[in-house]
Write a protein that binds this ligand. Structure first.
Ligand SMILES: NC(=O)c1ccc[n+]([C@@H]2O[C@H](COP(=O)([O-])OP(=O)(O)OC[C@H]3O[C@@H](n4cnc5c(N)ncnc54)[C@H](OP(=O)(O)O)[C@@H]3O)[C@@H](O)[C@H]2O)c1
Length: 324
């Protein structure tokens, strides 16, 4: 049996979510439907409830129309009768159809994209609707008013942001306040032991000040922090392998892996589990969003949520990864 995931409050929303969220970018891309169902089953069995997807997954892959991950989750929830046990998060912003409204955060795009997501997910509500990235081309008030209408209609419960500069997040909070609209209650940043600056400079302080729950994506830097990328090891296969080696397999990346190795050995744990435990110890982090291509990968990650690191270990990991 996999370990039971602890629950944590999702910021101010009143929702309790599992300390690890299941990312589903892999579904229909690098994991087929049967494997995706098995990963979802295991996550639920382990006490997981927060599932993150996006309408655009995985439109970037050759021959993939997008919407595939949402459709797989929709079929799984219907087949298992699982909808009420899930906190369902999806995203809007990416290009989903041709024409001027086919992407972005205009009212026209958001309203149609939300209906499409609800249909693919086979549900009447999205628990957390996130803007996938900011949209410089649309007035912020138009975006926030459209999201607020979805909240008032009951199609969306809470809204969150992703890939947004700190100044724009503050501006959005201020405009929501002025318009009496729903406000961003979560932030989904690229944040891991080897990708810290983007979040820690400014965004982290905004989240602390305004009680925004943080859902870090790519918490293992796409797999690098599992420790399977090493100078003397055969390159892992996988869609992102070459890019990860090029980006992280250098002196600084190896220093982070060395520190992870030492902490992991002290706990009888793995590098991936320690990397997740470090994130869970950071302020305002509710749940790192993990990705798994197999049930075996997921099983290795789950114990990370129950691992408590000492202050000296957190400091050592922080020092090894400073400046990233
Ligand atoms: N908001 C955004 O812009 C954004 C961007 C990216 C992702 N996300 C979300 O965040 C989720 C997670 O992102 P991510 O996939 O980059 O997360 P990640 O946890 O950093 O990396 C996951 C990858 O690591 C490898 N892996 C996982 N467990 C492993 C294990 N036990 N042993 C060895 N390798 C293992 C797998 O890749 P291989 O099998 O290929 O090695 C897996 O696909 C996505 O599914 C998505 O929901 C959001």
């Amino acid at each position: 049996m996999p370990p039971t995931l602890p629950r944590r409050p999702l910021g101010r929303t009143g929702l309790d979510v599992s300390a690890l969220a299941l990312g589903t970018m892999q579904f229909g891309w690098t994991a087929d439907e049967a494997t995706s169902f098995a990963v979802l089953d295991r996550f639920l069995e382990a006490g997981g409830n927060l599932i993150d997807t996006a309408d655009v997954y995985s439109r970037w892959a050759e021959g993939n129309p997008g919407g595939v991950s949402e459709a797989i989750i929709g079929r799984w929830m219907a087949d298992r009768g699982a909808r009420d046990g899930v906190v369902l998060a999806t995203k809007v912003r990416g290009r989903m159809w041709d024409g001027p409204d086919g992407e972005g955060l205009s009212r026209a795009h958001i309203v149609r994209a939300c209906e499409d997501s609800l249909r693919r997910l086979r549900t009447d509500r999205i628990d957390l609707y996130q803007t996938h990235a900011w949209d410089e081309g649309t007035p912020l008030d138009e975006t926030l008013a459209a999201l607020d209408d979805l909240v008032r209609s009951g199609k969306v419960r809470f809204i969150g942001a992703s890939n947004i500069p700190a100044w724009h997040l503050v501006e959005a909070l201020w405009r929501s306040d002025a318009g009496h609209w729903a406000r961003y209650d979560t932030l989904q940043p690229n944040f891991s032991l080897i990708h810290r600056k983007e979040h820690e400079v400014d965004l982290a302080a905004v989240c602390a000040r305004f009680e925004i729950a943080i859902l870090p994506y790519s918490p293992l830097a796409g797999g690098f922090l599992t420790g399977k990328y090493r100078p003397d090891a055969a390159p892992p296969t996988g869609a992102r392998s070459a890019r990860l080696r090029e980006r992280y397999l250098n002196d600084r990346g190896i220093a982070v892996l060395d520190t992870l190795d030492a902490v992991a050995a002290a706990h009888g744990a793995t590098c991936a589990q320690v990397a997740l435990a470090w994130l869970l110890a950071q302020p305002n982090v509710a749940a790192p969003i993990i990705g798994a291509n197999t049930v075996a990968q997921l099983d290795e990650l789950l114990p990370g949520a129950g691992l408590t690191l000492g202050a000296d270990e957190l400091a050592g990991l922080g020092a090894a990864s400073a400046g990233w």
